[in-house]
Design a protein around this ligand. Structure first.
Ligand code: SAM
Length: 286
């Protein structure tokens, strides 16, 4: 177990979708002065070198961030600004694959938005990635990093003190039971605190697993659920992942409209042999 390392996948089309939605949610949380808490149950290392052996092995970033040109996506300005900040050199307008040295992870992205009044809780079980994570985000009393199971961490924190929270659940789904585990943990957390924004990332390997997640979230009583999915190919075309998505409970009210316009463009950009696609729908109303 724990053989998954995100460094092989950093910057792929799944990361792009995940992180641009995170940026949208952070922007929304910052509109209010009240403090909030960010909980990242599966944090990863926080920052990835594009020139590492791992990233170079599969070059997944080339089929993700490498295909999304800043000049063609002005609506993703805020996302690209964060990506730019992660580079040692170069300017935003020059951001292209040639001068992409690093791709940031969700905890580092969060750090660019959190104010001194906000708090973050980052969980990472892999001993090596935990060490990298500590280096990349410099833990403090307000920004805690722990090498414990993220599902347990979440359970202990909900309901949050500040009454505002953004929870990202981004497992690797190495074990198939994880599809059920993410849903159970959101249903449990939602029962204790139904005002939180809960976000689940998922890969589409077998469609039935995603349909089951939808059914279980709804039957668990969770309301106000939206889903955003980006596909590089049609279901079951290749072994492994053909698409990936984000399930957002209590999304910012502006998100759906933005994604409706953005997803078709993204699908065109990352689709393989014109087979890109997307899903943008409401699983449960408010
Ligand atoms: N959220 C990160 C990002 O967007 O940059 C990527 C996370 S990666 C997909 C999943 C991470 O979860 C891996 O680094 C893995 O070691 C870690 N992990 C797996 N099971 C875990 C658990 N039960 N609790 C905490 N971390 C876990």
């Amino acid at each position: 177990l724990l053989s998954y390392r995100h460094s092989f996948h950093a910057g792929n089309y799944a990361d792009v979708l995940k992180h641009l939605i995170c940026v949208e949610i952070f922007e929304h949380f910052l509109k209010k002065e009240k403090p909030f808490e960010y909980i990242d149950t599966h944090s990863g290392a926080g920052m990835y070198s594009i020139n590492s052996d791992q990233a170079q092995k599969l070059k997944e970033y080339a089929g993700g961030i490498g295909l999304i040109k800043p000049s063609e996506f002005p609506e993703l300005n805020n996302y690209f600004e964060v990506i730019q900040k992660a580079q040692k050199t170069g300017f935003y307008s020059n951001l292209n694959l040639k001068n992409l040295d690093f791709y940031p992870g969700s905890p580092w992205i969060a750090k660019q938005f959190l104010r001194p009044i906000d708090r973050s809780w980052l969980f990472e079980l892999h001993p090596e990635d935990y060490k990298f994570l500590c280096k990349n985000v410099s833990p403090s009393k307000k920004n805690r990093v722990q090498d414990i199971n993220g599902y347990d961490g979440l359970k202990q924190l909900i309901p949050v003190q500040s009454k505002r929270c953004f929870v990202l659940i981004d497992p690797s789904y190495e074990v198939k039971t994880e599809y059920d585990q993410v849903v159970s943990s959101v249903v449990d957390a939602y029962k204790k605190f139904n005002a939180g924004t809960y976000v689940i990332w998922y890969p589409v390997v077998e469609r039935e697993r995603i349909l089951r997640m939808e059914r279980r979230l709804k039957s668990g009583g969770v309301k106000n659920i939206q889903r955003f999915e980006l596909a590089v190919n049609i279901d079951d075309t290749q072994d492994g992942m053909n698409a990936s998505g984000m399930i957002v409970v209590n999304p910012p009210w502006t998100l759906f409209k933005k994604m409706q316009l953005l997803l078709p463009k993204l699908a065109d950009a990352v689709g393989q042999n014109g087979k890109g696609g997307f899903k943008c729908d409401v699983w449960a109303a408010e």
